[in-house]
Design a protein around this ligand. Structure first.
Ligand SMILES: *Cc1c(COP(=O)(O)O)cnc(C)c1O
Length: 720
C-alpha cells in the first residue's frame, strides 16, 4: 500500500540501510544515530539543519563510498541499525509489561491540526504542534499503540523574515516532500484518493502521506489531488492561512475526512483523542456513523463518549474556534440532510448556552462528545472548569468533570547530547524508558559541579556560534548596515549571564515587559563587572499586527547602541532554533499574563538542559517551581496596566538582587556553586515530572486504557 519512493538516489550496498533510517524520525532522538549521521558530512549536516534525507542527496558519492569501507564508521552504522531494528520490533515495552492483555490492532487515534516533529517538516506553528510531536515520540518509546492523524500543509507554515524596518514578512519557501521522510499512502488499487467529503457542494478527494516516528505512524491528509477542483486542492496548502471559512473546511477535512481515511485503510482505533477543538468534527463523524447504523442520538453519544478523549489547550476565549451557522450551512450543508443526524442535533452539539449562541463551538462539541476532558496543567484545569461551568449550569466549578494532565516535553529530543551522555553514566543507556520513579532523579543532585558547568559552557558556545552563522547568511542576503549584525547577536560573548526569551509573539506573553523602563534595563545589561545579555526569538501570527509591533520594538532595541550589543534577535524561531536556545542560554524567561498560559513548555525544555527558569507563577510553573529550581514572579492583581507594572518591578528586583549576584558569585575554582545547584535542581524537577514519558503514561493509565477496555466510568455529560 505504501510506495517507497526512491528518495536517496545513490547509496553503496553496504550502507543501504541509511535510507530506511532516514525515513523514520527515530534517529532524531537517538544519540548514536545522530553522531553517525553527522559524521558522514558535518558541513552538509549543519547546512541542512540536520535533515538526513537532504544531506544524503547532497553528499558526494566518493564520501559515501569512503563511509562504506571505513571500519570505524561501519561499526557505528551496524550498531545504530541494530538498535533501530530492535527499537521497532521491541516487545518488552512499558505498555506491554503493564497491559499484557491489551487487544492488538486497536490503536489510539490521536487527531491534531499540527504536528511539530522536525524542523524539516513545517506543519506546525508553535507549542501545540511541538507537544503533539513529542506525544507521538513518547508513545513510541513506551510502546503505546498510537497513530496520529493530521494535515499535510503542502506549503507549510511561514518562514519568518524581518525586513529592514524590523517588520515581519512571511515568505513561503518551496515545500519539497522529496527531502522529507514522507511516503505516499495509496488505496489497494494504487489510487491516491482514499476517501472523500463534501464541502461547498463538491466532493473533495483526500489523499494521505505517512510519516513514521519510531513505532508511531502519522497519517497526514492532503487534498492536493488532480481529481479535485482547483480551489479544493488548495484547502490543505497552509496552516492557519485563509479566513474562518477556509479554516472550517480544513477542520472538516481533518475530522470527517480523517475518520473516513482510517476506515478506508482498515484501521480500527479503540480510543480516539481529539487534541484541541480543531479536531472535534472527528467525534461528530463517529456519532453520525453510529446513527447511520440505526442508533438513537443518546445512544450514539454515550458510545462515542465511552471511547473519546478531548484536550483543551488555552484559557483565552478567543482561542477557541467557533463557526457561524451560515458558514457551516454553506460549507457542509449536505451532511445533515443526507442522514439521520438532524441539523438541530448537529448544531446543539456545538452550542454554548451563554456565549455567542448560534455559533458552533468546537470546544463545546469536544466536551459533549468525550468521556474524558482535560486541561494541560493543574492551574489550567481549574481555569477550564470555571470557563466551561455553563455547560453544567449551577454546578460548583470544582465539580465540573474536567481533569488536568500537565504537559511535558520529550527528553531525548530536547536534551543536548552531552547531558544525555551524563545521564547515561548515572542511569544506564535505557534511562528514558527505565527511570520511571520520580525520586530516582534525586541522584542528579550529586553530579559533579565542574562537569555540569563545563557542559553548559560548551552549549553556550554552540549557541553563540549559531547566532554568528545566521548573521553571516543574512549579511550576504540582505543587510547593508553593520547595525544589523549587532542585532543578530554577533557581539554576544561567553562570560555574561545570558537570558533567553523565545516564544510566539502573542501579546499575553508580554515580551515588551522587559522594556517598560529602558534605563533600568540598560543599567542591568551594561554593568561593567556583571553584564547581562538577552536573546529573543519568536514569530507573530501572520494576522496579528499588535504582536508584530511588539516584535518590531524588540528588534529596534537590538540595534540600539545604548544596550551595547547585548540584546539579540534570532530570526525564524522553529525547532532547530529552539534547540539551540534552550540548550545554550543561562536562564529561561517567561512572562505570561496570568492566567493566560495554559501550560507553556519551553521552560521544561530548558530545565532538562540544566537551565533554570524565571517566570510568572502561571501554567506549569505554578506546580513546577519549588524555590530551588529558578525564580517566580508572584501573581498580582489590578488592571492590565497595574499588573504589568507590578510584574515588571518584581522581575527587575529578582534579576538585580538575586539572579545576577548568584550567577557571578564564584569560588576559588571560578565555579558559581549556588547557581550550579540551581541548574541541577532544574534538571531534577524537569526530569522527574515534566517529560512526555510521564505525560503519556498518565494519559494511558487514566484515559486510553479505560477507553480501550470499554470501562470508561465517568458518565457525567453536560446537562445542557
Ligand atoms: C516549545 C516550543 C514552543 C512552545 O513554547 P511555549 O513555552 O509553550 O510558548 C513554540 N515554538 C517552538 C518552536 C517550540 O519549540
Amino acid at each position: 500500500m505504501v510506495d517507497d519512493s526512491d528518495k536517496i538516489p545513490y547509496l553503496p550496498e553496504r550502507i543501504q540501510g541509511l535510507e530506511r533510517l532516514s525515513l523514520n524520525l527515530w534517529w532524531r532522538w537517538n544519540r548514536r544515530a545522530r553522531s553517525m549521521l553527522r559524521s558522514i558530512d558535518h558541513v552538509i549536516w549543519s547546512a541542512t539543519r540536520h535533515n538526513p534525507v537532504e544531506m544524503l542527496r547532497h553528499v558526494s558519492p566518493g564520501r559515501l563510498a569512503q563511509c562504506a569501507s571505513d571500519a570505524e564508521f561501519l561499526a557505528l552504522y551496524d550498531r545504530t541499525m541494530a538498535e533501530f531494528d530492535a527499537a521497532l520490533a521491541r516487545t518488552d515495552t512499558w505498555f506491554s509489561s503493564v497491559y499484557p492483555d491489551a487487544a492488538p490492532n486497536r490503536p489510539v487515534a490521536y487527531f491534531c491540526a499540527e504536528f511539530g516533529l522536525h524542523n524539516s517538516i513545517p506543519i506546525y506553528s508553535g507549542g501545540l504542534g511541538v507537544l503533539a510531536g513529542d506525544h507521538c515520540k513518547a508513545a513510541s518509546d513506551l510502546g503505546v499503540p498510537l497513530i496520529g492523524v493530521g494535515l499535510l500543509y503542502s506549503k507549510g507554515y511561514f518562514d519568518q523574515k524581518l525586513n529592514l524596518e524590523g517588520w515581519q514578512e512571511s515568505s513561503h519557501e518551496v515545500f519539497n516532500p522529496e527531502i522529507m521522510p514522507l511516503v505516499r499512502v495509496t488505496a489497494p488499487g494504487g489510487e491516491l484518493s482514499l476517501a472523500s467529503v463534501t464541502t461547498a457542494g463538491r466532493p473533495v478527494h483526500i489523499g494521505a502521506w505517512r510519516l513514521d516516528a519510531g513505532r508511531v505512524s502519522l497519517y497526514l491528509l492532503d487534498t492536493n489531488l488532480k481529481e479535485n477542483h482547483e480551489e479544493d486542492r488548495q484547502l490543505t496548502y497552509q496552516l492557519y492561512g485563509g479566513g474562518q471559512e477556509h479554516r472550517l473546511r480544513q477542520e472538516w477535512i481533518l475530522g470527517i475526512g480523517g475518520v473516513r481515511v482510517l476506515r478506508a485503510l482498515g484501521i480500527s482505533p479503540g480510543a480516539w483523542h481529539a487534541n484541541e477543538g480543531h479536531a472535534s468534527f472527528m467525534l461528530v463523524e463517529r456519532l453520525r456513523e453510529l446513527m447511520n447504523e440505526g442508533r438513537t442520538l443518546e445512544d450514539a453519544q454515550r458510545e462515542v463518549r465511552a471511547t473519546s478523549i478531548f484536550t483543551t489547550h488555552t484559557p483565552v476565549p478567543a482561542g477557541h474556534d467557533m463557526f457561524r451557522r451560515e458558514d457551516i450551512e454553506a460549507v457542509c450543508a449536505s451532511y445533515c440532510t443526507d442522514g439521520p443526524l438532524h441539523r438541530e442535533s448537529f448544531f446543539w452539539l456545538g452550542s454554548h448556552p451563554e456565549i455567542d449562541a448560534g455559533r458552533f463551538h468546537m470546544t463545546a462539541a469536544g466536551i459533549r462528545l468525550s468521556g474524558h476532558v482535560n486541561g494541560v496543567s493543574k492551574r489550567h484545569q481549574r481555569v477550564t472548569q470555571e470557563l466551561w461551568e455553563p455547560l453544567w449550569p449551577g454546578r460548583d466549578p470544582a465539580h465540573v468533570p474536567i481533569k488536568g494532565i500537565t504537559n511535558g516535553v520529550h527528553a531525548a529530543s530536547w536534551m543536548s547530547h552531552r547531558y544525555m551522555g551524563l545521564l547515561e553514566s548515572l542511569f544506564g543507556s535505557e534511562w528514558e524508558n527505565d527511570v520511571l520513579d520520580p525520586s530516582a532523579w534525586d541522584a542528579v543532585l550529586d553530579l559533579d559541579d565542574d562537569t555540569v558547568w563545563q557542559i553548559h559552557q560548551e552549549q553556550k558556545k554552540i549557541l553563540l556560534g549559531f547566532c554568528r552563522e545566521q548573521a553571516r547568511v543574512r549579511w550576504m542576503e540582505l543587510w547593508k548596515e553593520a547595525a544589523h549584525l549587532v542585532g543578530a547577536g554577533t557581539l554576544l560573548t561567553r562570560e555574561p549571564l545570558t537570558i533567553g526569551f523565545a516564544r510566539r509573539f502573542a501579546t499575553y506573553k508580554r515580551a515588551g515587559l522587559l522594556f517598560r523602563d529602558e534605563d533600568r534595563l540598560m543599567r542591568l545589561l551594561t554593568d561593567q563587572r556583571r553584564p547581562v545579555q538577552l536573546v529573543f526569538s519568536g514569530k507573530a501570527h501572520p494576522a496579528d499586527d499588535d504582536a508584530k509591533r511588539v516584535l518590531q520594538q524588540v528588534w529596534q532595541l537590538t540595534r540600539d547602541s545604548r544596550f551595547a550589543g547585548r540584546i539579540a534577535f534570532v530570526e525564524d524561531y522553529e525547532l532547530h532554533v529552539a534547540h539551540r536556545l534552550v540548550q545554550g542560554v543561562d536562564l529561561w524567561l517567561n512572562l505570561p499574563r496570568a492566567p493566560m498560559e495554559a501550560s507553556g513548555t519551553s521552560g521544561m525544555k530548558a530545565a532538562l538542559n540544566c537551565v533554570p527558569q524565571l517566570s510568572t507563577l502561571d501554567g506549569w510553573w505554578a506546580e513546577g517551581f519549588n524555590g530551588q529550581n529558578g525564580w517566580a514572579i508572584p501573581l498580582s492583581e489590578g488592571t492590565d496596566d497595574e499588573v504589568d507594572q507590578q510584574d515588571h518591578d518584581a522581575l527587575f528586583d529578582i534579576l538585580e538582587r538575586e539572579v545576577v549576584p548568584m550567577y557571578y558569585d564564584r569560588d576559588e575554582e571560578n565555579l558559581p556553586r549556588a547557581w550550579i545547584r540551581m541548574m541541577k535542581q532544574a534538571l531534577r524537577v524537569g526530569g522527574a515530572h515534566f517529560t512526555t514519558g510521564r505525560m503519556v503514561r498518565e494519559y494511558t493509565e487514566k484515559f486510553y486504557m479505560p477507553a480501550l477496555k470499554g470501562t470508561l466510568e465517568q458518565d457525567d455529560p453536560p446537562s445542557v
